[in-house]
Ligand binder design. Structure first.
Ligand code: C5P
Length: 240
């Protein structure tokens, strides 16, 4: 496998073409951004933790027959994925109130939701990724009715699998963000990453934050938090 030209550089990753048709090479970066890139930093080791954690989680989801873009982990900071056309929505699943839901609804952070809440955000930095609904998605031609249905179903399945997995790690899965893409055969795949950058993860006993809120809120060492998550996932993985 040979890394070829850069096709995309985002806030946390670089994507390269490879000599294999339809396979992209992903490099996780050490940069951290928050609040639509208003807060930025370089954090040594962050790329490695996110790559390792996301690789473990995608392998777990594949084990449960969730179709994903993940091919394999290639090195500590790199992985191979199938090329997809990313649907420009961020799908957020929430089990416990936190972050923007707490601000928008005036509900105290930490309130447990009686059932998971699913939200869609339109991926557009200039607009600040607004919250949208299915009617907006139809108007914007973002996804077909059938794709939205599949996305909802997959997001709920993924939530069930991950709640259980993190529970075994003594971690509460508060909320997380998913992205989906369409491959060259028109198949819907889970794409992007699932890591402490894209989830809220609280220690089950103490509610200590073990995710990107540590950076957003400046409340400790991000790498210590991510290292803790990776270690707990690895320990549970040995017994799966
Ligand atoms: O900020 P908010 O409360 O809406 O975030 C919900 C979840 O989605 C959090 O886990 C956050 O880390 C994730 N998220 C993300 N990328 C974004 C926005 C939110 O990974 N652009």
């Amino acid at each position: 496998m040979v890394k070829q030209q850069l096709v995309y550089e985002g806030k946390a990753k670089r994507l390269y073409q490879t000599d294999q048709e339809g396979v992209l090479w992903v490099e996780y970066k050490d940069s951290a951004t928050a609040f639509n890139a208003e807060k930025k930093a370089t954090i040594n080791g962050k790329g490695r933790y996110n790559n390792e954690i996301s690789s473990l989680i995608f392998q777990l989801l594949q084990h449960y027959k969730i179709p994903t873009h993940f091919v394999k982990q290639f090195s500590k900071t790199e992985q191979l994925v199938r090329e997809t056309k990313i649907i420009p929505i961020e799908v957020v699943v929430r089990n416990v109130v936190a972050g923007s839901l707490s601000r928008r609804m005036g509900i105290e952070e930490g309130t447990v939701l009686s059932k998971p809440v699913l939200e869609f955000y339109y991926k557009d930095d200039d607009l600040g990724d607004p919250l949208i609904n299915e009617d907006h998605m139809n108007i914007l031609n973002i996804a077909s009715q059938d794709e939205i249905l599949q996305i909802r179903k997959m997001a709920r399945n993924i939530n069930d699998i991950l709640i259980n997995y993190f529970n075994k790690c003594d971690v509460r899965l508060v909320d997380f963000k998913l992205e989906f893409g369409i491959d060259h055969e028109g198949k819907l795949l889970l794409a992007d990453e699932i890591s402490p950058d894209t989830c809220r993860l609280w220690d089950i006993a103490t509610n200590q934050k073990l995710d990107k809120d540590v950076f957003r809120r400046g409340i400790g060492s991000l790498t210590d938090a991510y290292a803790e998550i990776l270690q707990r996932l690895k320990e549970v993985n040995q017994h799966v």
